[in-house]
Design a protein around this ligand. Structure first.
Ligand SMILES: Cc1cc2nc3c(=O)[nH]c(=O)nc-3n(C[C@H](O)[C@H](O)[C@H](O)COP(=O)(O)O)c2cc1C
Length: 203
């Protein structure tokens, strides 16, 4: 074949406008979850997607008080950071739920955030999130990630199913008990980076 006649395919950057929202439910600043997420987000952004992080410990998200105003009037009773967070959720294509495992489950911070997503359970709000994709990231102290994360994964499956959100993957980073245990596991930052970069090809 004559090389002059071979046209290079134009490099089309698909998904360039797609948005990824990372919700960080770790209670520890500069802990393992923060470290894993730094690499992950670098990968997402180098993969060509827009990425933002909501660090729950720095925000005011009140506990749901069960008034169910969101189910009756499609409105939440609270005026706190959840108003902007819900808006960020609506504008995102992929939602990344990242939390350390606390007693086989997510942290209280993440659970409080999720409870406040009950707003999207109203049938007239549900179309605002239905069809989005989700990625689950966990950090944990024990070595057996499958065993430790069983309850958490079951919970997420039911939660995302009820909001019609598809789970893309579950990424677990075990054996991280101490605050900066991630430093001894440099392979984790590579795994997280690669998973982030791969995301643009899977959505
Ligand atoms: C209250 C609490 C409960 C925990 N429960 C578990 C658990 O059930 N299984 C586990 O493997 N690790 C457990 N861990 C360890 C954390 O998941 C682990 O230290 C994680 O890396 C913390 O992430 P961070 O550095 O972002 O805070 C627990 C830690 C705390 C503080």
């Amino acid at each position: 074949m004559h090389y002059a006649l071979v046209r290079k395919k134009p490099h089309v950057r698909r998904n360039v406008n797609k948005r990824v929202l990372v919700i960080n439910g770790s209670t520890r600043e500069n802990g393992n979850t923060d470290a894993v997420l730094r690499s992950f987000m670098q990968g997402v952004s180098e993969g060509g997607l827009n990425v933002r992080e909501a660090v729950l410990r720095n925000l005011t998200v009140n506990n749901c008080v069960g008034c169910c105003k969101c189910q009756k009037e499609k409105k939440c009773n609270f005026q706190d950071d959840m108003t902007e967070l819900r808006d960020m959720v609506i504008k995102s294509d992929v939602l990344v739920f990242a939390s350390p495992i606390y007693w086989c489950e997510i942290t209280g911070l993440m659970k409080t955030f999720i409870d406040r997503l009950y707003f999207f359970h109203h049938k007239e709000n549900s179309n605002l999130v239905a069809g989005k994709k989700a990625l689950i990231i966990t950090t944990l102290g024990e070595k057996d990630a499958a065993y430790e994360s069983q309850v958490l994964v079951d919970f997420y499956k039911r939660f995302f199913h009820s909001l019609q959100i598809e789970i893309l993957d579950v990424l677990s980073f075990p054996d991280l008990m101490e605050k900066e245990a991630n430093v001894k596991k440099p392979e984790y930052s590579q795994t997280a980076y690669k998973a982030g970069k791969k995301l643009s090809g899977t959505i």
